[in-house]
Write a protein that binds this ligand. Structure first.
Ligand code: 26Q
Length: 818
């Protein structure tokens, strides 16, 4: 009722216009005549935020009243993308806002382009977290997304002379209108020092952690709206110094030392580590993980106790989802909070802990499985290391009772004694969780058969799959308005809340007028992307070309360089006057390389070098174009996916856990060329074999190849075209005569080729020839494109979240209707 009594905010054109002018005037001190683009953006953002907060407050009240079970989603990364356009869609006020602005002679699209997105993640994992936030909000799943408020997100990528260079991401520079700081929601976090153990006067075993430094985490809340009604928050923690601690106790009279300490505290959340699937083992990274985990758990406990509930019932009220192992220190931290701070018995605390957490694994790559050296962990978190050893002892005893042998126990131990003694975070997360899931059917299967097979044998019911999904409201609704409108005209708007409705498009796949409209929209989107690319790179591309797109983080396992080999083979053929079956194609790449990943950076240089060669060659430049679009992020992704004809999903089978770009492309009518990897398998099942271009070895074949002793050189010897293409790399033709530049790539492919590019090469080339043939028959292509969209419904993150609700969380969504 308090909510009903607060002034209602209108959603009509007039009311939006009035609010906007008011914000501009009173919050920013401007009238439209003198406002900067940024003033206009902010005024509109604040206008929308008012409406967003109303939704959030209503949902929170509703959840509280129903005392619903809630999810705490713990993720070190989020990639929400621009908020403004998305919130307009969710509030269903895009048209009204556009009109209101038009009356002021302003253009909504221009204002939308002003927003700097929060780049608080590396790639797939961070973006998945944000898709899930949207779906939880939309479905009415009571949830909080906890994370880190990095002051500098993922670096901005520039291309200089073909090489990647990194620039600091200053996303907060102009202020962030979407967040609200909650200074009263702050928790103390300790680091270092030692522990003291004793038995107290009641014969109770006590442990005290005496740290050598402390700081605090303060909450910053951003509302995440669901479609039409609900809203939840993303609560990000910023590290700050504890004034009293520094100023009074340790640094009496030493003002400068105190200020220095303050700055050191704030360093903790300064910057996102730009590595994905490639560990750095840095102390600051572990500190970040513990910091946000401890803040979040203390907050969850506060929420639990606040409403008069018992700590013993924590697992009944909350489930905590671990987004990979990055927050897995939470298992030890919850035990510490329950046992040391809340005086609970170990056995009771453990029972709560292992019924509270659920763990999502996102990788099979051995080099990406998180481990922290016992030395580092013990220095930073001495009490947690003791707790981990205690959990491990009890776990190993359980195994002993079940007659496990020493070798098995060493394999399953939380502690890896083989090299530098370290904690296996995936084992900690698995032992401390009630469910473990992979992110696609294939990946979950491999998890059970390989990476965590011992655990799956021990606890088969613990393991499950939830195939990833994407926020179709953003990646179709917001980013592809033309296609959205066409779809809504044909089948109504219900697909926004039920993507399975797209099935209704199937019956129009042969309809010539529909096909024509469909491809006309694609062409419009391609024109927009072409203009965007020309502005960014100076390279002009004919929108009528086949747009063959490879965008994702740069990684050898993702095989961007296999795509390059294909381009070079076409170049060779064209130079030899052999142009049959080659249609004019624009090859579009985008993606960031981890700054310390040499091979990935060399691949970027290679792509740009191939671009220089091809784009400037009179003989081929109207047939092939190569563009590397710098700084691929959510904002640019929203321009790229709607314009793609062909989606490249060509990782070595068994390496890509799921992929989510694959889903976003197909959702926008691109056809996929892909291996049987990650969610590609399921996409192909859904859209049909005949509408998916499959190539390459299966996971089993890959493993067989390796087991039999893979010799890439054999393929170099036997395949003439492949040999010529590879030799081009070290001919100097791509590198102003420098024959050494690409030698590391060349040697790697001929000597180890860990991702078996040479073995899959011919199959890829053959498939591309087939693709070019199909492209030559527009009707056939259009039909396949429509059928892809019609059958992509499964890959909405709404479906994923419903799966999490039923198979893992046991939560019934509470949708709040307006
Ligand atoms: C860990 C420790 C220290 C520093 C960095 C990291 C780190 C950071 C990010 C490790 C991994 C990541 C990101 C992983 C990631 O994005 N994985 C992708 O997750 C997607 C969502 O499930 C899948 O679709 C992709 O297949 C998977 O590669």
């Amino acid at each position: 009722s308090q909510i009903e009594n607060t002034e209602k905010i209108g959603f009509s054109k007039e009311e939006i216009k009035a609010s906007f002018l008011k914000k501009l005037f009173y919050n920013l001190g401007r009238v439209p005549q003198v406002a900067t683009e940024n003033d206009l953006y902010k005024a509109l953002a604040l206008t929308v935020r008012d409406r967003a907060f109303r939704q959030f407050v209503r949902s929170t009240a509703e959840f509280a009243q129903k005392d619903a079970r809630a999810v705490a989603y713990l993720s070190a990364e989020y990639l929400p993308g621009p908020h403004l356009g998305k919130n307009l869609l969710n509030l269903e006020i895009t048209d009204e806002t556009r009109e209101a602005l038009k009356e002021l002679d302003l253009d909504l699209d221009e204002i939308l382009r002003e927003e700097v997105e929060p780049g608080l993640g590396n790639g797939g994992l961070g973006r998945l977290a944000s898709c899930y936030m949207d779906s939880m909000a939309t479905l009415g799943v009571p949830a909080i997304g906890y994370g880190i408020r990095y002051e500098f997100g993922i670096f901005n990528q520039n291309i200089k002379n073909g090489w990647q260079s990194e620039e600091t991401d200053l996303w907060l520079h102009y202020g962030n209108p979407w967040e609200v700081v909650r200074p009263e929601i702050a928790y103390e976090i300790k680091f270092g020092g030692r522990t003291e153990h004793w038995v107290d006067e009641n014969d109770k075993y006590q442990v005290e952690w005496i740290p050598d430094s402390e700081l605090k985490g303060t909450a910053y809340d951003t509302p995440i709206l669901g479609y039409q009604s609900n809203g939840i928050i993303m609560r990000l923690w910023k590290a700050e110094a504890i004034e009293s601690f520094d100023f009074s106790v340790y640094n009496v009279g030493d003002y400068y030392k105190a200020v220095e300490k303050k700055m050191r505290s704030e360093n903790l959340t300064k910057v996102l580590y730009p590595n994905d699937e490639n560990l750095s083992g840095k102390e600051l990274r572990l500190k970040q993980q513990y910091f946000f985990v401890s803040c979040s758990l203390q907050d969850i406990i506060r929420l639990q106790l606040m409403q008069g509930r018992k700590l013993e019932d924590l697992h009944k009220k909350f489930t905590i989802q671990l987004n990979d192992t990055h927050p897995s220190i939470a298992v030890a931290e919850l035990m510490r909070l329950l046992v040391d701070e809340h005086q609970m018995e170990w056995v009771d605390a453990w029972n709560i802990t292992k019924n509270t957490f659920a763990y999502t694994n996102h990788t099979l790559l051995p080099e990406a499985l998180e481990r922290w050296s016992v030395g580092l962990l013990g220095r930073l978190l001495p009490r947690h290391l003791e707790i981990i050893y205690e959990i491990n002892n009890r776990f190993l005893n359980e195994l002993k009772e079940r007659n496990y042998n020493g070798e098995q126990m060493a394999r399953m131990s939380l502690i890896d004694e083989s090299g530098e003694t370290s904690v296996r975070m995936a084992h900690l997360a698995t032992v401390g969780s009630y469910k473990v899931n992979g992110v696609s059917a294939l990946h979950s299967g491999l998890l059970k058969k390989q990476v965590l097979n011992d655990f799956a044998d021990l606890w088969p019911e613990k393991f499950t799959n939830v195939t990833n999904g994407v926020d179709h409201r953003r990646f179709l609704g917001v980013s592809n308005p033309r296609l959205s409108e066409l779809i809504s005209k044909k089948i109504g708007k219900h697909w926004l809340t039920d993507l399975m409705q797209l099935h209704q498009l199937e019956k129009f796949s042969d309809d010539k007028t529909f096909q024509k409209k469909w491809m006309e929209i694609k062409l419009q989107n391609k024109k927009e992307l072409a203009a965007h690319m020309e502005e960014r790179t100076g390279i002009s591309v004919d929108p009528k070309m086949l747009f063959d797109v490879h965008v994702k983080r740069i990684h050898e396992y993702k095989r961007q360089h296999l795509k390059v080999l294909h381009i070079l083979s076409l170049y060779k053929r064209l130079k030899n006057g052999d142009d049959k079956n080659i249609v004019p194609t624009a090859f579009i790449f985008g993606g960031k390389a981890a700054p310390g990943y040499f091979m990935a950076k060399l691949i970027i240089k290679l792509i740009n070098s191939v671009g220089d060669l091809v784009n400037n060659d009179e003989q081929v430049k109207d047939r092939l174009k190569v563009v590397f679009l710098p700084n691929f992020n959510v904002k640019q992704a929203q321009v790229v996916y709607p314009a793609a004809d062909l989606s490249e999903q060509i990782s070595l089978a068994g390496k890509e856990a799921s992929g989510t770009g694959n889903m976003k492309f197909a959702l926008n009518g691109a056809l996929t060329v892909g291996t049987l990897d990650g969610a590609n398998v399921e996409i192909r099942e859904e859209v049909g074999d005949e509408n998916f271009f499959l190539f390459g070895q299966s996971t089993e074949e890959v493993q067989k190849t390796r087991a039999e002793g893979y010799r890439p050189y054999k393929y170099y010897e036997q395949n003439e075209e492949l040999r010529e293409v590879l030799d081009l790399l070290i001919s100097g033709e791509l590198s102003d005569g420098d024959k050494e530049l690409f030698r590391p790539l060349y040697n790697n492919l001929l000597q180890q080729d860990p991702y078996q590019l040479l073995k899959d090469y011919q199959s890829y080339i053959d498939k591309q020839e087939e693709i070019h043939k199909v492209w030559s028959k527009p009707g056939e292509w259009a039909k396949k494109s429509i059928l892809n969209v019609a059958n992509i419904g499964k890959f909405s993150s709404d479906r994923s979240i419903k799966d999490y609700c039923t198979t893992i969380w046991k939560i019934d969504p509470v949708r709040v209707e307006d």
